[in-house]
Design a protein around this ligand. Sequence first.
Ligand code: CO
Length: 137
Amino acid sequence: MFTRIDHIGIAVENLDESIALYDRDFDLKLVHRETVEEQGVEAVLLDVGENHVELIAPLGPDTGVAKFLAKNGPGLHHVAYQVEDIEAEIARLTAAGIRMIDKEPRTGIRGSRVAFMHPKSTASVLTELTEPAKGAH
Ligand code: CO
């Protein structure tokens, strides 16, 4: 079961310029900044009520986000749904015919466990499952 939208992922070229827009001008509080090697990004989380905006910038030209930026430019990248049991959700969605990019959870931002579905299975929306670390919201 998807319990809520955890975050909207936005691909950016320059993290600091984007933080100025979202944090300074939109007044969304920056709560976390991290290099997530496994996803090839530097990322920040901003609070929007109980949900988040995740700004992601590529660590290098061979990363998925760099390829996304080269093709599409900056903008909406993915939507992440929060789940309580990510293994169960991966199994359920796989049984339903959804193609998972990640058949096993991998490490996401702030100690979360995440898995992406292939956009070909999800009407072209890159979709992430995220199981937050205990104690995170
Ligand atoms: Co994300």
